[in-house]
Design a protein around this ligand. Structure first.
Ligand code: F3S
Length: 287
């Protein structure tokens, strides 16, 4: 039995940095109350284990409002980032802020702030309900527009005297972004496009596709609530009929009656290394 594990499996650079920051805060044990602004990643096991180490994930505005103002409170901002208004509110509530916003997301915040301050209309290509996009919107000083499909370009009320700046959610699909931008550019308005898509997702997907195409069995590890993990499963399933989607090793149920010689393993962006290693060791040893 041979096993190929994707090099890009699991945490991307931004998420790894954020998780490391939370863990080092928990370890330092400064006596402060440590909070994260939402679960640090889409993985309940990791969030639970951080909770046991004294790191509490604030999941709603109501929950935040209940936290009494205390200079002993530390809030860690996750890799998705937050809006300027949210940041101001945290400062007002006396939180010490530790900013684990991914630098690629931070770059979008800065672009949006600078370009909107020049009077430009910001167009964000992405999912308006995603926390990253909500955060980006909140750095624009002019009312931004969010679209995620080619059809929605028709709904934008473009004006001759306005300049536009287009950015994208970091995980947006490359080809779809290109199509939307091309459609906007053919309309002939003053549009400046900043390509802000991060390659981590694309690289993970294309590497996983290549591996799935050559193995007998493919294992995708990820949280069932994580959209990037589900997407990874779909991609692998297209290439390899015997693809399994699991959250942890406990879910793995391989069909041993098949002659499986080569197994591929990949994992979504919120899967910690230790789960990948557990699955990898199990498959290596037991089959
Ligand atoms: Fe990850 Fe940052 Fe890219 S959080 S997906 S490295 S934008």
């Amino acid at each position: 039995m041979e096993v190929i594990t994707a090099k890009n499996a699991g945490f991307c650079f931004g998420v790894k940095k954020a998780v490391d920051m939370v863990e080092s805060q928990a370890k330092e044990n400064t006596g402060k109350n440590i909070f994260t602004y939402g679960p640090i990643i889409h993985n309940e096991e990791v969030v639970k284990s951080l909770e046991e180490k004294g790191v509490h994930a604030v999941r709603s505005k109501e929950e935040l409002d209940k936290i009494a103002c205390d200079t002993n409170n530390v809030m860690i901002i996750r890799s998705h980032g937050i809006s300027k208004a949210e940041q101001d509110e945290l400062i007002k509530k006396g939180f010490e802020i530790i900013d684990a916003t991914c630098p690629f997301v931070k770059r979008i915040h800065n672009t949006v702030r600078e370009e909107s301050e020049k009077g430009k209309h910001i167009i964000i290509i992405g999912n308006k309900n995603h926390p990253e996009v909500e955060g980006i919107m909140g750095w624009s000083t002019t009312p931004p527009t969010v679209i995620e499909s080619l059809e929605e370009v028709d709904d934008i009320n473009f004006e001759k005297d306005t300049s536009y700046c287009v950015v994208a959610q970091t995980t947006f699909n490359h080809n779809k972004f290109k199509e939307i931008v091309e459609k906007i550019q053919t309309l002939g308005y003053d549009v400046n496009v900043v390509t802000t898509i991060c390659n981590a997702t694309y690289e993970r997907q294309s590497e996983s596709r290549k591996i799935a195409a050559k193995v007998d069995t493919m294992i995708v590890i990820g949280d069932t609530h994580s959209s990037n993990s589900k997407k990874l499963y779909e991609i692998c399933k297209e290439e390899c009929e015997d693809t399994h989607f699991i959250q942890t090793l406990d879910d793995l149920n391989l069909d041993l009656t098949k002659s499986v010689r080569l197994v591929g393993i990949t994992a979504g962006a919120s899967t910690p290394d230790y789960i990948i290693e557990e699955v990898q060791n199990y498959v290596r040893v037991d089959f």
